[in-house]
Design a protein around this ligand. Structure first.
Ligand code: 6LW
Length: 508
């Protein structure tokens, strides 16, 4: 058994793990936040907080096949990009892009952000990613999107009026002006954007104007956020949204990554959501440090939500943290067939294929342990650390054997095998610090194996974690640890995930 976890000290990132492109709004004392979800189903996790630090996932805005169909052609890092979440006229409005075949921009609404969310309203007149919705005093709604361009919209029908017009392309020479959000603050409209690309050059810039459709003058201090060219442990800072607290203070939620190891630094958890303080000077927002420590908060923190480390699959439904690849039909993923167990039934082959049946949770801590009790007497399957189809490590049970399989780019290999006696077995993966190796040190080590009857971890393989990092695999997601089936039917009695408590040691 792993050691009991220590109580986690609240810190940045406030929503760790692959939770990028945060969009936030406040209603009274309550904050709500939504993120991107790419090729996973359900899509668009929605969170609630009372203090901007502790966030609890309420659900997912796109949780029915009628709202989200991701065809098998959806590549990893395709699917659902960058939502904007707003509250207007007694309803929550969420606009988001589905970049997969037959997708496009769409709007869903809800009176309760925990759901149900409406069927999607398509927005064919907006062809860019990262759409934003903002209403002016007359009730006119403006949809602003990457580029940066804007068009007037009726968000209840998705109809747009006229052709989109270009608003601002950000700092001359900076690539990818995107992620616009438009706000009225005092006498000005502020257009906040990300630029420089979502990698190490990422940043946040701002412009202001007297009307929501421009013209806009850029802030002389742009970029107002960027860690480009620094050795700060939080990198790629950008794609931000602003929110004002009930006490009048302003805050930014934005994405950042935590690279580790030698050069060039590898981040393995995807892009995570950080909190930073905002003040105003001469009519411009000034952003405090985006760091691994929490900013000083002018209010007491609410109690930390209970950690849902262990799932016994006895709720009848899967908790909202569970995500599956592209869809989750009941014939292939169910907790009803064998109550108290998650049953996965194969429809495709290995983890290398897009139609593999896989259900997992985001790896949210730099160092963690995940365990599951598997009954593979009627099939083959296991426990995987997945970045995408081409980058994953797994410990798998099949025909009386347990084996560790590694897929790195075009190469797939069985790293180790062991006979196992008949009956259920506990599979285990854990991530920890790598052994120091100067500039060649990786971000972490991923150990995979099974538990012996006395609970000790029989490590079949300990593999360099860099191959399950964004810097190697590319893309927009992060690691997901989960259960999968490659043939027949496999049952999982429970899944247990623990933070092992390491903090970021930075990169060089
Ligand atoms: C998103 C863009 C970005 O649409 O990455 O970091 C893209 N910013 O704004 C995918 O998350």
């Amino acid at each position: 058994m792993p050691a009991e976890p220590q109580a986690a000290r609240p810190a940045n990132p406030v929503i760790p793990g692959f939770h990028p492109d945060p969009s936030v709004c406040r209603v009274g004392e309550d904050y709500y936040l939504a993120c991107s979800s790419f090729e996973y189903f359900p899509g668009v996790p929605v969170f609630h907080s009372r203090d901007l630090v502790h966030w609890t996932q309420l659900g997912n805005a796109l949780d029915r096949p009628t709202q989200l169909r991701l065809p098998a052609s959806t590549p990893s890092s395709g699917g659902i990009y960058a939502p904007t979440l707003r509250h207007h006229d007694g309803r929550f409005w969420l606009i988001v892009t589905n970049v997969s075949e037959g997708g496009g921009n769409l709007i869903v609404t809800a009176t309760d952000p925990a759901g149900p969310w409406s069927e999607p309203v398509p927005v064919p007149g907006v062809e860019g990613i990262d759409p934003d919705l903002a209403w002016d005093e007359d009730g006119t709604c403006w949809c602003t999107f990457a580029g940066v361009a804007q068009v007037r919209i009726d968000p209840s029908t998705g109809r747009t009026y006229g052709a989109p017009h270009r608003l601002w392309s950000g700092t001359p020479g900076a690539k990818a002006p995107e992620a616009p959000h438009l706000y009225r603050v005092g006498d000005h409209w502020y257009l906040l954007i990300a630029e420089g690309g979502t990698e190490r050059g990422h940043g946040v810039s701002v412009a202001r104007g007297r009307t929501p459709d421009g013209p806009f003058e850029p802030c002389p201090a742009n970029p107002i956020v960027s860690h480009r060219g620094t050795d700060h442990p939080v990198q790629n800072t950008g794609h931000a949204d602003l929110v004002q607290a009930p006490d009048g203070s302003w805050w930014m939620l934005l994405l950042g990554v935590r690279p580790r190891g030698g050069t060039p630094g590898w981040h393995v958890l995807g892009r995570e959501t950080f909190l930073a303080p905002v003040t105003w000077k001469d009519g411009w927002p000034v952003v405090g440090e985006v760091s691994l420590d929490l900013p000083a908060l002018p209010w007491p923190l609410s109690p930390a939500p209970a950690e849902e480390g262990r799932d016994d699959f006895d709720l009848g439904e899967l908790r909202p943290q569970w995500i599956s690849l592209r869809d989750r039909p009941a014939e292939h993923h169910t907790t009803k067939e064998r109550p108290g167990w998650l049953t996965l039934r194969a429809r495709g082959g290995s983890l290398d294929e897009p139609d593999v049946v896989f259900t997992g949770r985001r790896q949210q801590h730099l160092s963690c342990t995940a365990r599951t009790l598997i009954d593979a007497s009627q099939g083959s399957g296991g426990l995987a650390v997945r970045l995408d189809e081409r980058h994953h490590y797994a410990v798998e049970v099949s025909a009386g054997q347990v084996r560790v399989v590694a897929r790195i780019g075009p190469v797939r290999t069985v790293v180790a095998t062991r006979p196992v006696p008949a009956g259920p077995v506990v599979l285990r993966v854990s991530t920890g610090e790598p052994s120091p190796h100067g500039p060649l040190t990786g971000p972490d080590t991923v150990s995979l194996g099974m538990e012996l009857p006395d609970g000790t971890f029989d490590v079949l393989a300990a593999l360099d974690g860099r191959y399950l990092s964004t810097e190697v695999a590319g893309g927009f997601t992060g690691r997901v640890i989960g259960m999968y089936v490659t043939s027949g039917t496999v049952h999982f009695d429970w899944f247990d995930y623990r933070d092992e408590g390491y903090r970021c040691s930075g990169f060089s």
